[in-house]
Design a protein around this ligand. Structure first.
Ligand SMILES: *[C@@H]1O[C@H](CO)[C@@H](O)[C@H](O)[C@H]1NC(C)=O
Ligand SMILES: [Zn+2]
Length: 1000
């Protein structure tokens, strides 16, 4: 019975297609409605923009609850779209967010699934983008972007095969666009990118010059292979004014019944034709896109399609009387293919689309910093995910653990959404994101702990301490004896300076895996940290030691004992000392800092013989107040940064400061004001200075929003108004004050926020001989507004909304007061020949940090007994990879294969040695298994690389500088003994493995 119904359904579908061959189901470019060569082809693109959380939570949007906030129910959108498409094979629809699609798909019966499969295989329903969410581009780190595409695309490929494979980037709503994102799209094998938001001036100039379509040269290192066809949409992503037929809109439906007094198709059709003509003057070919949709549209898709059917018919009916307009249902890929077929020549673009300005006073640069704790939590989630995926693979039973890893894969996908990591969702939604992430982290950590246990014969319980960011950890505080296991997710050995919260000045004995006593130091926790609202820990000090040479993809365990014999006071290593006149105050003369004047925070850096002056200061910008009714009345808010005047210093004149010196670390604790303090520290032997900041609660008594920055300055440094920022943690982009290389920035009235850029991992100045860089621990907004200066916005609190929909002021509170945030900046300085390697390696070390696992030992155990029970040191790799390579991904894959991604972390010409291409032998790289075959895929691992071919485009530049082209191979199979990587290249492989050594 069931089967019979299905068959009827399918055949009626097939017959419904007027111009379709009954046997051939085609998807992709072949399924496009034909365009007419001598006509203006109008591509109607029905779509729904479904935010993975914003004003409502992910589940509220999916189920359609809380509709008083926003009428939106994704489950009914998908229900009704499937029904409307099944009624008429002419119709098309694109779907973007796998997070929602998946929630829906799992709940459908076979009948509906069958219908959907049919729609996908006939090209009526096309997946586009296809990642778990439509990710933000400014704050997201490349690893998390790649991961969320991999996960979304994997599900689509597994379910729908080739027809479910997206090949178009659809970033219609993110508030600015990065080169790295464009480059990732090319590596995903995509043919183009469409988006809605770009600087208003750039948009109007491009429309005027007919260059709203261009070839984006997204990576100088990857060359032509990273060229991406890019289309800036005409009407952002909405339908033309008056043609929004959705139930949420007020436009009249189209009525073509001539007998009715309500007949309107002629008038509506003619007005739309005027609009079409106007739009077509601004694009190069005889094709234009009409985006027919908006946020959460199509809950009653039949209504939308009904009117579109009629207006399309009306437009085409005029062809018999000589009209040269051809209207079709289409998708962005069908549009793109039609444009490509014209063989036009396009201009190129080599910078990015940041910052985004929607009006003269309205720069979307606040979201680079909004919700700093959420941005940090997201980073941490990535770190934990990589660790648990690696441990799952090296356990050789990877997919056994996938059910517990998938929630974090998905939570991280959700976090990349352009209202999640951006901090632009409502507070209750931000709380829900934290819930989703935190629950998923717990599951992944359980997997990691369980897998670490396999190396023990005892039943050691490995726990994590997730409050180390406020110097709290129950196990280290309350145990007489415990084991600290540090797992290093990098594919090279690394040194970690461990800080563990402890109760008082007890002495501890720390033994390394060989039983050797390690030098420790005890440093008091600053009072401002002890005062953090909600901190319940009794720890007042931190036990600090160097854990060196942590093995690649492996761990070392440290046996830590309270020394009950020691005299508490006398044995304390760290004592406050007075600044000494004749030497540096922090670090050593090879890399150290001398305090010249603590009140004005003037220092001299001593770096390999150089003496460089340095100032540091905290300031805040007053947030602009306004009612948002006019652009010049725009208020600063979750999206927008609009300062009222220049920065106001925060620090009191008489700063209280203390210096603590010991054998492991030297640090100055500075109280700047009653809500801002910092620690500047230098670990022995390390190559950078750490500036730890603690900001909040930001005062609210005056009701003026405050946006806090940390500003570093090297007076008289000559960087010529130029600075460099990273793109999603990878290639550097040159920034020049009040200048954009690909359009004419007429007048930058907002000359502070208009010079802000996202700093995903680092910002750098150079005077041609030296480099000065600040790296961070989470994405932030930043700039260099004056030569020698670097500023990063660390926290913001405001009391007005900026009127882009959130409807709430970004006034984060917790424990009844303004949110307190603690974070770190890392300062490096040195000569150009050495600095790139310092910066790249440091950035990587801060992105993928050793994960801490602690296990309490109840009964006192001797080290030699411990060694019998526990494998104190282990590496999953026989050798480490060279410094310029990172094993970017190691995760369980399908049918006993693993997914392996390698990345060259340097650009060309950064470092004499490390910027060179490398060739690796992966065959016997891992301890427990041998790689028997490697099959290369596109970046998303959803297509064999040899099967991908991208459309080619003609550009107006000859591209003579392109020396770094990557050869695309026809070979699927790659010899594991010889895997080559060029600078900035990422290669993705599905690997078959053979166990070489069993683990317990
Ligand atoms: C994609 O899915 C198809 C069909 O299930 C499968 O044959 C193919 O191997 C998959 N591609 C990759 C790269 O996994
Ligand atoms: Zn959106």
């Amino acid at each position: 019975m069931k089967i019979f119904i299905l068959l009827t359904l399918i055949s009626s579908n097939v017959l419904a297609g007027p111009c379709r061959n009954t046997n051939a189901k085609k998807c992709g470019y072949e399924s496009c409605h034909p365009v007419k060569i001598d006509y203006l082809n109008v591509h109607f693109v029905p779509h729904s923009h479904d935010d993975v959380g914003w004003l409502k939570t992910v589940d509220q949007y999916y189920y359609g609850t809380n509709n008083s906030i926003q009428a939106a129910s994704v489950q009914f959108i998908l229900d009704s779209v499937v029904e409307a498409l099944s009624k008429d094979s002419n119709r098309r629809f694109i779907y973007v967010e796998t997070a929602f699609f998946w929630k829906w798909w799992e709940k459908q019966n076979e009948n509906i699934k069958m219908q959907v499969r049919y729609l996908v295989s006939s090209g009526q329903l096309e997946f586009i983008g296809g990642a778990w969410s439509m990710n933000d581009e400014a704050n997201a780190n490349y690893i998390s972007i790649i991961d969320q595409f991999t996960w979304g695309l994997r599900k689509l490929n597994d379910t729908f095969g080739a027809c479910g494979r997206p090949h178009i980037g659809w970033q219609i709503d993110p508030f600015g666009h990065t080169k790295q994102m464009a480059s990732l799209f090319t590596q995903l094998g995509f043919d183009g990118l469409f988006f809605g938001r770009l600087d208003v001036e750039e948009k109007s100039q491009r429309l005027k010059n007919k260059t709203a379509e261009m070839i984006w040269k997204s990576s100088p290192n990857l060359g032509q292979s990273a060229d991406l066809f890019t289309h800036a949409l005409y009407n952002r992503y909405s339908s033309p004014n008056g043609y929004c037929f959705d139930v949420l809109c007020e436009s009249d439906p189209i009525i073509d019944d001539k007998e009715s007094p309500e007949y309107n198709v002629k008038q509506k059709g003619e007005t739309l034709i005027d609009y079409i003509h106007k739009q077509s003057l601004q694009y190069k070919t005889n094709n234009i896109i009409l985006t027919m949709g908006d946020d959460f549209h199509y809950t009653a898709a039949g209504i939308n399609f009904h009117s579109m059917d009629k207006i399309i018919n009306y437009i085409n009916s005029k062809q018999s009387s000589g009209s040269k307009i051809n209207a079709i249902y289409s998708t962005p890929s069908c549009y793109l293919k039609a444009v490509n077929d014209r063989n036009e020549t396009f201009t190129t673009k080599s910078d990015d689309f940041l910052p985004y300005k929607s009006d003269k006073h309205t720069y979307w640069t606040g979201y680079f910093t909004s919700r700093p704790t959420q941005k940090y939590f997201e980073r941490k989630g990535n770190n934990i995910l990589q660790v648990c995926k690696q441990l799952a693979v090296t356990s050789l039973e990877g997919h056994k653990y996938e059910p517990k890893i998938n929630p974090l894969r998905e939570a991280m996908g959700v976090m990349q959404h352009h209202d999640a990591i951006t901090g632009t969702a409502k507070q209750h939604v931000a709380n829900d994101y934290a819930r989703i992430l935190s629950e998923a982290i717990t599951e992944c950590e359980d997997v990691s702990s369980m897998l670490l246990q396999r190396y023990d014969s005892s039943s050691t319980k490995y726990e994590t301490c997730n409050l180390l960011n406020i110097s709290a950890c129950t196990i280290s505080e309350q145990s007489e004896q415990f084991i600290l296991t540090l797992y290093n997710p990098l594919s090279r050995p690394i040194t970690e300076f461990v800080r563990l919260p402890i109760m008082d000045n007890n002495k501890y004995i720390v033994l390394d895996p060989q039983g050797k006593n390690i030098i420790t130091q005890i440093v008091p926790i600053p009072q401002s940290v002890l005062n953090i609202p909600g901190r319940e820990s009794l720890a007042t000090s931190e036990l600090v030691f160097e854990a060196n040479d942590l093995p690649p993809l492996g761990y070392k365990s440290y046996h830590i004992n309270k020394d009950r014999n020691s005299n508490k006071k006398r044995r304390t290593h760290t004592t406050p000392t007075q600044p000494q006149i004749d030497s540096v105050d922090l670090g050593d003369t090879r890399f150290g800092l001398k305090i010249n004047n603590i009140d004005s925070r003037q220092f001299t850096m001593h770096i390999s013989g150089l003496e460089v002056p340095l100032q540091h200061e905290f300031f805040y910008y007053k947030s602009m107040n306004g009612d948002n009714k006019k652009d010049y009345k725009r208020a600063s808010g979750a999206y927008i940064f609009r300062p009222n005047g220049t920065a106001v210093p925060i620090c009191d004149h008489h700063n209280e400061s203390k210096i603590f010196k010991g054998p492991v670390v030297q640090e100055i604790h500075i109280i700047c004001s009653n809500w801002t303090s910092q620690v500047i520290r230098k670990y022995k032997g390390d190559d950078h200075l750490e500036f730890e900041w603690l900001v909040g609660p930001i005062p609210d008594e005056d009701n003026i929003g405050k946006e806090v920055i940390s500003r570093f300055k090297i007076p008289s440094y000559k960087n010529d108004k130029t600075f460099y920022t990273d793109s999603n943690g990878r290639e550097f982009i040159k920034r020049v004050l009040n200048y954009r290389s690909s359009f004419d920035l007429k007048e930058n009235v907002e000359n502070i926020s208009g010079n802000y850029y996202p700093i995903t991992s680092q910002i750098m100045l150079t005077d041609g001989k030296t480099q000065f860089a600040i790296l961070n621990d989470r994405a932030q907004g930043g700039s260099s507004l004056d030569d020698g200066e670097i500023e990063l916005m660390v926290h913001r609190r405001m009391f007005l909304d900026d009127a882009f929909g959130v409807g709430e002021a970004l006034n984060e509170t917790s424990y009844g007061t303004g949110l307190v945030v603690r974070g770190q900046h890392y300062l490096t300085f040195g000569t150009i020949d050495k600095q790139f390697s310092v910066q790249r390696l440091l950035a990587q070390r801060k992105l993928l940090r050793p994960q801490y696992f602690l296990s309490k030992k109840d009964s006192v155990v001797k080290q030699n007994e411990l060694l019998k029970e526990i494998t104190m040191q282990y590496s999953s790799m026989r050798n480490s990879l060279p410094k310029n390579v990172q094993l970017l991904t190691l995760e369980p894959w399908k049918e006993n294969t693993i997914l392996l991604r390698l990345e060259h972390i340097f650009e060309y010409n950064e470092d004499k040695n490390l910027s060179k291409p490398v060739t690796l032998n992966l065959e016997d790289l891992f301890t427990n298994f041998r790689i028997t075959s490697l099959h290369e895929t596109t970046l998303g691992a959803n297509q064999w690389l040899s099967e991908n071919s991208r459309l080619s485009w003609k550009t107006d530049d000859e591209d003579t500088l392109n020396s770094h082209n990557i050869e695309n191979t026809d070979q699927v199979s790659v010899n594991p003994k010889q895997v080559a990587l060029t600078p900035m290249q990422i290669r993705t492989f599905v690997a078959e493995i053979k166990t070489t050594q069993s683990v317990k």
